[in-house]
Write a protein that binds this ligand. Structure first.
Ligand SMILES: NC(=O)c1ccc[n+]([C@@H]2O[C@H](COP(=O)([O-])OP(=O)(O)OC[C@H]3O[C@@H](n4cnc5c(N)ncnc54)[C@H](O)[C@@H]3O)[C@@H](O)[C@H]2O)c1
Length: 281
């Protein structure tokens, strides 16, 4: 159902790779709510992914941008402003990549060149995008920027590796730049800390299935889906949340406030039953 929450608004969506990407769902939902969209992704992702299919559906331009390159970001912002005929209103940063995770290199024997790449792609990119937008005065007053994060920024989760550090920096940049952009232009910047979600990036985390099942059992409302995340993003891009800024907003079915749930306890107790059975035999 559409509420026309983004009627007349324009925005750039980073990170739609394929239909399972969170950014894909956000782009569709924002379009349904009346927004005009520019889609962007790294050149290799545009070649390998399915973004053209989405662009056709949403009547959106696709502009390539590797977020580690300031030149690419500048071109993206300039070209988007041409495309929109001026300033725009919102940005979704839905970007994450760790070469250490990809190559199964553990946190306690990390490759530092990879580590820097993780931070550059997954966290500093938000700063680069914001600084470029500010230099070009690209975002309308009361605009909104949302970046996707994960609870590993606050709590240690086995095997999340250097992405945990990247998310902590990402959330900090949202606060630090949120202060500057807020006081100057009333532009709000928030991160959404999303439940584990089955996507290309998500599934690269080792033991993703157990993590997904654990958080689902622990959350009173269950894991939040990518579609539900898209709904939440739309509210943050809309004028209904004008005074929400510099926040890390948990969108996780309640997981972040839980210690132990009935559902998780029952599952955990089964392992004791198994052990007792084995001990008897
Ligand atoms: N899937 C999950 O469980 C989960 C949970 C919480 C937060 N998140 C976050 O959501 C965001 C989106 O991830 P997703 O799960 O939809 O996976 P995804 O793989 O669909 O999206 C990740 C995107 O990052 C892009 N990217 C990688 N390197 C890039 C570069 N150099 N320049 C530009 N773009 C680049 C990829 O092309 C891809 O489109 C990420 O920030 C991720 O950490 C995901």
């Amino acid at each position: 159902m559409s509420y026309n929450l983004l009627k007349g608004k324009k925005g750039i969506i980073f990170g739609a790779l394929n239909e399972s990407s969170i950014a894909w769902k956000v782009a569709e939902r924002a379009y349904d709510e009346g927004a005009e969209i520019v889609l962007t992704n790294a050149p290799f992702a545009i070649r390998m992914g399915e973004i053209d299919k989405l662009a056709k559906k949403l009547n959106a331009a696709v502009i390539s941008c590797d977020v580690t390159s300031l030149d690419d970001i500048e071109k993206l912002i300039k070209n988007s402003m041409e495309q929109f005929g001026g300033k725009f209103d919102f940005i979704l940063h839905s970007i994450g990549m760790s070469p250490n995770v990809r190559k199964d290199i553990p946190y306690d024997n990390i490759n530092y060149a990879n580590f820097l790449k993780t931070l550059d792609i997954s966290a500093l990119s938000l700063h680069k995008i914001l600084q470029t937008c500010r230099n070009y005065d690209a975002i309308n007053e009361w605009g909104s920027v949302v970046a996707l994060s994960y609870i590993a920024a606050q709590r240690t989760l086995d095997l999340y590796n250097d992405m945990a550090d990247a998310k902590a920096i990402l959330e900090s940049i949202a606060r630090s730049f949120g202060y500057i952009y807020g006081r100057e232009k009333f532009i709000r910047i928030n991160t959404i800390s999303q439940s584990p979600t089955r996507t290309t990036a998500g599934s690269r985390i080792d033991a993703f299935d157990s993590l997904f099942d654990f958080t689902d059992r622990m959350s009173p409302l269950g894991n939040a889906t990518a579609d539900e995340c898209a709904d939440y993003c739309v509210t943050l891009f809309s004028d209904l949340t004008k005074k929400v800024t510099m926040q890390n907003l948990f969108h996780d079915g309640g997981f972040s406030s839980m210690g132990m749930s009935q559902k998780a306890k029952r599952q955990y107790e089964k392992s004791f039953e198994d052990t007792q059975e084995k001990e008897k035999t």
